[in-house]
Design a protein. Structure first.
Length: 172
């Protein structure tokens, strides 16, 4: 799927409502199975969102925090932290209606190409039951360590040129 109709822009404080909504969408299936009432779910998800945001700020203060937009509307987020020898894919999340369309694969391919151009590995953590695990494995990520809930994955860095047919995502 071409990604030329999407653009990345730096996350802004005014994006908080969307980011909370996006985060809640990533927990919807889990929460629907919890048996909790709506008020409890909302409070729990809000708390978890705030804890996650704090964790990212504390551990990745210089991260690239991108909002993914299509036609001027936010559809996801992409958080990256660039080290000397690797890039940490902190988070990639898309709205439910965008998942499974190939956009996530295209975004990851661009991250892999950027990392490859620098000779960097790409590292990430994923929950073992997350459907994205299959995508990561298909893109050459290997499980480095099973940390219980999360799997640590890594794709070795090799200096590569971006494919000629790649259509980069526009950045602001």
């Amino acid at each position: 799927m071409p990604t030329s109709d999407c653009r990345l822009r730096p996350q802004e404080p005014s994006d908080q409502f969307f980011l909370q909504y996006l985060y809640a969408s990533t927990r919807a299936a889990e929460m629907s199975a919890s048996g909790w009432d709506v008020k409890t779910i909302n409070a729990f998800v809000q708390q978890q969102f705030e804890l996650q945001s704090h964790h990212y700020q504390q551990h990745f203060p210089d991260a690239e925090l991108w909002l993914i937009e299509r036609d001027g509307h936010p559809i996801g987020r992409l958080y990256l932290y660039w080290g000397e020898t690797s890039v940490q894919l902190i988070d990639i999340s898309l709205l439910p209606e965008v998942r499974g369309t190939g956009l996530g694969s295209a975004l990851l391919a661009e991250v892999i190409a950027r990392a490859g151009a620098r000779g960097c590995a790409v590292e990430l953590h994923v929950e073992s039951h997350n459907p994205a695990l299959r995508l990561y494995q298909r893109l050459g990520f290997d499980i480095v360590e099973d940390k219980g809930i999360y799997l640590e994955m890594r794709r070795p860095g090799h200096r590569v040129q971006a494919p000629e047919h790649a259509q980069p995502i526009h950045r602001q």
